[in-house]
Design a protein around this ligand. Structure first.
Ligand code: AKG
Length: 279
């Protein structure tokens, strides 16, 4: 992550990484989604507002790492995508892990949006903080959102309030509902294969989908090696199916801990031991 990108992330609380997926990866991921269309669920849990209303719920796909062969493979390969490793090392420190399992949001024209959320530093929340200290940026939960289809200007989908990861005041309710000061909300257009990385503390939400094509956004969420954001059934032993993964991919699914944790190198395959105790 070069100085310009570090500047942009520090300033905005998000960064767009162009061509984070190869055209072949985009094809494979889309083919896997097409082949598993029956797994689509309505995401009824989203919290919207009148200004962001739509005709239908967004679609949600989960559990892709365990889809049957070969459909799980392109999702497994992305666990340790070498394109994102320099960003994760810079934003989370060396040693990070997958938090939520990957999931996909889909939308067709008329799909509702989602209220803006994410509260900067209004209270100190160690699970989604942003800090710059000793020459390094550090974040809590990081969202990596890959686009499997184009998101054109005006289509809808992810929107953010740039710079809000550093905000010291609570997000006003009318701004959260997208009813006031829309001029501070930035919609993030992207091409298929692009990725946006944003801190969970950066205020973000979803604009109703108006695009001609289907929105297909694939989320991988990472946390530093010492924390875990999302609850649910959580064991410290990795489930049996993860033996099908590479050691590097498996290391990313390990529970949070620091001491003697294998650390993944930039190639996405090699595991190293920490250079110093507790690194
Ligand atoms: O639509 C998006 O990209 C944002 C979704 C989101 O923030 C959420 O579901 O909590």
């Amino acid at each position: 992550m070069g100085p310009r990108e570090q500047y942009l992330f520090d300033l905005q609380g998000f960064i767009v990484v162009r061509n984070a997926l190869t055209p072949d990866q985009v094809l494979q991921l889309n083919a896997a989604l097409d082949a598993n269309h029956d797994k689509r669920k309505d995401d009824t849990a989203s919290s919207t507002s009148e200004a962001l209303e739509g005709k239908q719920y967004r679609g949600l796909y989960e559990g892709m790492l365990r889809w049957e062969q070969p459909w799980c493979n392109p999702f497994r390969e992305l666990l340790a995508n070498p394109r994102i490793i320099p960003y994760l090392n810079t934003l989370l420190g060396r040693g990070w892990k997958m938090d939520h399992s990957p999931f996909i949001f889909t939308s067709s024209v008329g799909t509702e949006g989602l209220r803006l959320h994410g509260y900067g530093q209004a209270d100190f929340n160690g699970s989604r903080f942003y800090i710059y200290q000793n020459g390094a940026m550090r974040c809590g939960l990081i969202n990596c959102q890959y686009q499997l289809n184009d998101v054109n200007p005006g289509d809808g989908g992810l929107c953010v309030i740039p710079g809000s990861h550093k905000a010291y005041f609570i997000l006003p309710d009318d701004i959260s509902r997208y009813e006031a000061h829309r001029e501070i909300v930035y919609h993030v257009p992207m091409k298929a294969g692009d990725l946006v990385i944003f801190n969970e503390a950066t205020t973000h939400g979803t604009l109703p989908w108006k695009g001609k094509g289907e929105r297909r956004s694939l989320f991988y969420r990472y946390t530093p090696k010492y924390m875990h954001y999302t609850g649910g059934a959580y064991g410290t032993a990795l489930p049996e199916w993860t033996k099908e993964l590479t050691d590097a991919q498996r290391s990313i699914l390990e529970p949070p801990y620091v001491y003697h944790r294998p650390l993944i190198d930039d190639d996405g395959h090699t595991l190293s031991t920490p250079r110093r105790e507790g690194e």
